[in-house]
Design a protein around this ligand. Structure first.
Ligand code: B12
Ligand code: SF4
Length: 472
C-alpha cells in the first residue's frame, strides 16, 4: 500500500448542536465516531497531522488551504455543519461530511451546501483514509455496512490529549458519587432487529461487534489506564489518580449484539470474564424489554457485570406500541422489569410522548404504565426519561410526517413537505412541533402536563428525571 502524505491537516469536527431548547450536550467522554476515524487515519497514515475538535468544549482552529475537514452531522447540528463547511471551503480546505443526519440526506447535503465536497454514508473507518489520500473522489461514498467485527474497538482516545474538560463534566455530574470514572465503549454497531422502531434512524447498518476473545482485554486496558495505574497507548490516564469503580457506558444498540443467540453469547462472555474485575468495573447497557425474557438472560447479564440497563418502554398503550412498530406487549415490559430487578440490575425506563396518533387517553395509559413499572421494579428504577418524538430524517416517523403534510388541504403545509424532503439543514424543534400538530391528537401542553405528572411521581419515589420533555 502506498502511503502518500496529503498537503495539510485532517481536522475532524463534532459540531455544536444548535437548538432553541437546551439539549444534553454534556459529555464525559469525547465523541466516538470522529475518534475512531482519527484512529484509523493515524494507523494507516502515521505521518498525517490529525486535529480533533468537539465544539462543546473546544474552538475550531483556523482552517488553512490544503486541510481536509471532516464533520459528523446529526440533525441537531446540521446548521452548524453547513457553517463549518462554508468556512472551510472559503479557507481552501476539502470538506467531507458523515454521521447520522448526512447518512439520510446525502443528495440534499451536496445540493444545498455546495461547499461540501463529499458525503460518506454508513461507517467511515475503511473509506476515510482513502478519501484523504484522494483515492475516492465521488461526491457520495458508501462506507462499510457490515462485517463480523467492529473496526477500532479500542480507539486511540489519547489523540484528544488530556481529557480535562470531560473529567470536569464527570466530576460535576451525577455519576461521580457512585463511580470513580465513566467511559464510553461501543461493543457493537447496528441493530439485530432493524428496521424496527418507527422513530429510529439507525438501520440498516449491518451488525459488527467486538470479537468476544478481545472483549475482556479491552475492558482491562481501559480500567488499567483510568484507575489501575497501568499506562496504555490508547487511553490517557486521568489528571489525578482515583480510586473506586469504573462505569462503562455501552452505547451500542444492543450489548454485544445479543439478538436471538443472546444466551449463548452471554454465557461465552461470562465464562471468559476474569474474576479480578469484580468490584472494579460495571456496565450500563441499552436493551429492548422483549430481549430480557428469562431469568437466565437477566442473571447472565448481571454475571457479565451489567448493573444498569436503559430500557426502551416508549408507551403504555398497546395501539401505540403497534404504531411505533415495537413488536412487543405491555407484558413484555412487565416481565423485563421484574427479571432485571430480581437479578439486581437497576433500570432506566425511556418513554416517548406524541407518537403517531397519540391521544390524551393513550398518553394517560403511558403515565399509568410508568407508575406500574416503577412499583413492579421494587426500587430498581433509578432514573427515567420521557420526551416528545422527534421525526428525524431516515425514520419511519419522518416519512409519516411528510405524508400528512402532503395530504393536508393547506397549501402552505404541502409546500413544507417539499421543503423538508429537499432540505439538508433542519430545525429539530420545528420537526418536533409539526409532528405533534399533524401526526397526533394531543397538544404540546398536554404532553408537557403528562411529563410533569411523571416527573412529580418520579421525584416522590426518589427517581431522577429530566425536568423537560423536549429533545430539541
Ligand atoms: C453515544 C451517543 C450519544 C452520547 C455521545 C457520547 C460520546 N462521547 O460520543 C451522548 C449521550 C452525549 C449523546 C447525546 C445526544 N444524542 Co446521541 N447518540 C449516541 C449513539 C448511541 C452512539 C453514537 C456513536 O458514537 N456511535 C458510534 C460511532 C462510531 O458512530 P458514528 O458517530 O455514527 O460515526 C460513524 C459514521 O457515522 C461515520 N461518520 C461520522 N462522522 C463522520 C465524519 C466523516 C468525515 C466521515 C467520513 C464519516 C463519519 O463514520 C463513523 C465511524 O464509523 C447514537 C446512536 C448510534 N448507535 O449511533 C445516538 C445518536 C447519534 N444521538 C442522537 C441524539 C438525538 C442525541 C441528542 C440530541 C440526545 C439528547 N437527549 O439531547 C444529544 C445531542 C448531542 C449532540 N451534540 O448532537 C441521535 C441523532 C439523530 C439525528 N438524526 O441527529 C442518534 C442517532 C440516536 C437516535 N437514533 O436517536 N448521544
Ligand atoms: S431503537 Fe433500538 S431496537 Fe429500535 S430499530 Fe433502533 S436500534 Fe433497533
Amino acid at each position: 500500500m502506498t502511503i502518500t502524505k496529503p498537503e495539510g491537516r485532517a481536522i475532524l469536527v463534532f459540531p455544536a448542536a444548535e437548538s432553541r431548547r437546551p439539549v444534553s450536550l454534556d459529555r464525559n467522554f469525547p465523541p466516538m465516531g470522529i475518534t475512531k476515524l482519527a484512529t484509523r487515519l493515524k494507523r494507516t497514515m502515521p505521518g498525517i497531522e490529525v486535529v480533533l475538535v468537539d465544539e462543546a468544549y473546544q474552538k475550531l482552529p483556523e482552517i488553512k488551504s490544503g486541510d481536509i475537514v471532516g464533520i459528523t452531522c446529526t440533525t441537531l447540528n446540521s446548521a452548524r455543519t453547513a457553517d463549518i463547511a462554508r468556512l472551510a471551503k472559503a479557507a481552501g480546505a476539502r470538506v467531507v461530511v458523515g454521521g447520522p443526519h448526512a447518512n439520510h440526506r446525502p443528495v440534499q447535503a451536496l445540493t444545498e451546501v455546495i461547499e461540501i465536497d463529499q458525503v460518506v454514508i454508513a461507517h467511515g473507518e475503511e473509506v476515510f483514509p482513502r478519501i484523504v489520500r484522494g483515492e475516492l473522489r465521488d461526491p457520495i461514498i458508501m462506507g462499510t455496512l457490515g462485517c463480523r467485527t467492529l473496526p477500532e474497538p479500542l480507539p486511540d482516545v489519547s489523540l484528544w490529549g488530556n481529557l480535562a474538560a470531560y473529567e470536569d463534566v464527570f466530576r460535576k455530574g451525577g455519576w461521580a458519587g457512585e463511580y470513580a470514572d465513566a467511559v464510553f465503549l461501543e461493543t457493537q454497531r447496528g441493530c439485530t432487529q432493524s428496521p424496527r422502531c418507527s422513530y429510529c434512524v439507525r438501520g440498516p447498518a449491518g451488525i459488527r461487534r467486538i470479537a468476544r476473545e478481545e472483549f475482556w482485554g479491552i475492558v482491562k486496558e481501559i480500567w488499567g489506564a483510568r484507575l489501575g495505574g497501568i499506562p496504555s497507548k490508547s487511553v490517557p490516564a486521568p489528571a489525578s489518580p482515583r480510586q473506586g469503580k469504573l462505569l462503562i457506558f455501552d452505547f451500542s444498540d444492543e450489548f454485544m449484539a445479543m439478538g436471538k443467540l443472546r444466551i449463548a453469547h452471554l454465557k461465552e462472555l461470562a465464562a471468559l470474564r476474569p474474576d479480578w474485575l469484580d468490584g472494579k468495573v460495571e456496565f450500563l447497557a441499552y436493551a429492548r424489554p422483549d430481549q430480557i425474557d428469562s431469568p437466565e438472560v437477566a442473571d447472565l447479564m448481571r454475571r457479565v457485570g451489567v448493573t444498569k440497563v436503559s430500557l426502551g418502554i416508549e408507551s403504555g398503550d398497546p395501539g401505540m406500541l403497534v404504531r411505533m412498530n415495537r413488536k412487543m406487549t405491555l407484558d413484555d415490559h412487565r416481565l423485563a422489569v421484574r427479571l432485571l430487578s430480581e437479578a439486581g440490575i437497576k433500570i432506566y425506563p425511556n418513554l416517548l410522548l406524541g407518537g403517531l396518533d397519540e391521544t390524551a387517553e393513550s398518553m394517560r395509559r403511558t403515565v399509568e404504565h410508568f407508575k406500574e413499572l416503577v412499583e413492579l421494579a421494587k426500587g430498581a428504577v433509578y432514573r427515567a426519561g420521557a420526551r416528545f418524538v422527534v421525526p428525524f430524517p431516515g425514520s419511519l416517523d419522518f416519512a409519516r410526517l411528510l405524508e400528512r403534510l402532503r395530504a393536508s388541504s393547506v397549501r402552505k403545509l404541502a409546500a413544507k413537505a417539499e421543503r423538508y424532503d429537499n432540505s439538508f439543514v433542519m430545525d429539530p424543534a420545528e420537526l418536533e412541533r409539526d409532528y405533534v400538530e399533524l401526526c397526533t391528537s394531543i397538544t404540546v401542553q398536554e404532553g408537557i402536563d403528562a411529563h410533569a405528572e411523571m416527573l412529580g411521581f418520579a421525584r416522590s419515589q426518589g427517581i431522577g428525571m429530566s425536568d423537560k420533555p423536549f429533545l430539541s
